[in-house]
Design a protein around this ligand. Structure first.
Ligand code: C2E
Ligand code: MG
Ligand code: MG
Length: 463
């Protein structure tokens, strides 16, 4: 071979090597891209976001500037995904990411954390007001429905926003703060954004502590019942007594249900607690039935989740039998949220009625479906919510409303209790409606058993 031929071969081999190296480099880049991006939307994934956030925070620290993280989630995405195929769900997610990119533009970048969770990161200084503005624009961007194939789909998003350095000083903390704020915006009714604040964190911590403490509260014998009478001017007597739950902490503080029941409702705890209440209330009522109060009636609040449990009716029946308490001595109180739980619960209520147990609709007048509840639930009593009774003595309109509702319930053959009577002027107005049962601080706060048994014989004189 000539020298020039040899040189040509060498050049060829070098070119081939370069091509291989380039190819290898491309593959590496592609692999890197795959590992750091979400395949569906081609947005940075969780791992990549973490790296980018770490870098951005270092930068922000060095230059003394700020950084914001928005945690965004598609409301009710699971329903879309489950009811209309997962392919459809994938397309929804792709379009959501397109729309996000469209709004964010050069103001930051988006990432997909998985599922229907996205983040938007904004680097550089931005006031909280400007941040709120951006988050608001993101929410509004979903007002026009998505178009998938020939179908229109309406989606809404909820957003939680956190900011460096105000809310956290590392990536993990920022994401957690934004997630906490997201939770809050969902709680407030979705389709909106919430800026993180310190109280939210305290709230989350408080919830966690409550949940931890509630586990084992029954075993440690920390639950208590207090009793508040419902009184009637017909016969000047107590028609019933409502059992209300309290949680007694080791330091002696009595925690009201408003502070822990919502947490219990989010888990199975509510079933154990509800069962304790029912068991204890029936046992107490049976004691009174055989002793100081033969025509006892005890009212027990029941959460929708208890009714959803298929064994509820049988359990109540067996407790009544065990304690030899006539079913007519028990009244269960429900709120109209039971209507959202479907036909099975209404059936359970029918069975309770068949057993002879009374059923009261609590907090009447606070919801939107009150009239539907009156029609669809097998009720014996309606309890007018405190908010209805509150202004009857200061506003003629509000008295007229309460009066009309009382007439309506009467017409339906339902017994009526007015809750939350605090002032003699409210009492004076309601006393005209002789058949309305009265309950409120004016007569008695909820009190422990010994006090209630002391009050019982004094009821006629008090009234
Ligand atoms: P509720 O069943 O509507 O009970 C009435 C609430 O109003 C009670 O609060 C009672 O203390 C309060 N109250 C009574 N009279 C007055 C008044 O004149 N003025 C004012 N401002 N308040 C009055 P409590 O005991 O904190 O209970 C709150 C709610 O927690 C209850 O509302 C009920 O929905 C729920 N709850 C209580 N015990 C239980 C239980 O054992 N199981 C379930 N599932 N829920 C319960
Ligand atoms: Mg009640
Ligand atoms: Mg009530």
């Amino acid at each position: 071979r000539t020298l020039s031929e040899a040189e040509e071969l060498v050049a060829l081999a070098a070119a081939r090597l370069a091509a291989i190296a380039l190819q290898r480099h491309r593959t590496q880049v592609q692999l890197w891209h795959l590992a750091h991006h979400d395949r569906l939307t081609n947005l940075p994934n969780r791992a990549r976001l973490q790296e980018k956030l770490d870098d951005a925070i270092q930068d922000a620290r060095r230059h003394n500037t700020s950084l914001a993280v928005m945690f965004l989630d598609v409301d009710n995405f699971k329903i879309i995904n489950d009811s209309l195929s997962h392919e459809f769900g994938d397309q929804v997610l792709q379009q959501v990411s397109d729309r996000l990119r469209g709004v964010v533009g050069g103001d930051g970048y988006c990432a997909r954390l998985g599922g229907d969770e996205f983040t938007v990161v904004h680097e550089g200084a931005m006031s909280l007001a400007a941040l709120g503005d951006l988050a608001g624009r993101l929410v509004v961007a979903f007002e026009p429905p998505l178009r998938i194939g020939d179908q229109e789909v309406k989606v809404t998003v909820s957003i939680g926003v956190s900011k460096f350095p105000e809310h956290a000083d590392d990536a993990e903390g920022l994401l957690r703060a934004a997630d906490t704020a997201l939770f809050r915006s969902k709680e407030r009714g979705r389709n909106q954004f919430a800026l993180f604040n310190q109280e939210m964190l305290e709230e989350a911590a408080r919830k966690f502590t409550i949940e931890q403490g509630l586990h084992g509260a029954i075993e440690r014998d920390e639950l208590r019942l207090v009793f508040q009478p419902e009184l009637s001017l017909e016969g000047n007597r107590a028609v019933a007594v409502e059992a209300l739950l309290r949680w007694q902490l080791a330091d002696g503080r009595l925690v009201p249900p408003g502070e822990f029941l919502a947490v219990a409702e989010q888990s199975r705890l509510i079933l154990d607690i509800g069962d304790w209440v029912m068991r204890t209330a029936i046992a107490k009522a049976a004691e009174w039935h055989r002793g100081p109060w033969p025509d006892v009636r005890i009212a027990v609040n029941v959460s929708p989740r208890q009714l959803l449990d298929g064994r509820f009716v049988a359990r109540v029946a067996s407790l009544l039998r065990e304690q030899a308490l006539p079913p007519s001595c028990l009244e269960i109180e429900l709120t109209e949220s039971v209507l959202q739980t479907g036909p099975a619960t209404v059936e359970a209520l029918r069975q309770l009625r068949a057993l002879g147990v009374s059923i009261a609709l609590d907090d009447f007048g606070t919801g939107y479906s009150s009239l539907a509840s009156l029609e669809q639930l097998p009720l014996t009593r309606v309890k007018l919510d405190r908010s209805l009774v509150d202004t009857i003595d200061t506003s003629e309109r509000s008295f007229a409303i309460a009066h009309a509702i009382i007439e309506l319930c009467r017409g339906l053959g339902l017994a009526i209790t007015a809750e939350g009577i605090e002032r003699p002027t409210q009492f004076a107005l309601l006393a005209r409606e002789r058949d309305v049962t009265l309950q409120g601080y004016l007569f008695s706060r909820p009190i422990p058993e010994p006090e209630w048994l002391a009050l019982l014989p004094q009821v006629p004189a008090r009234l």
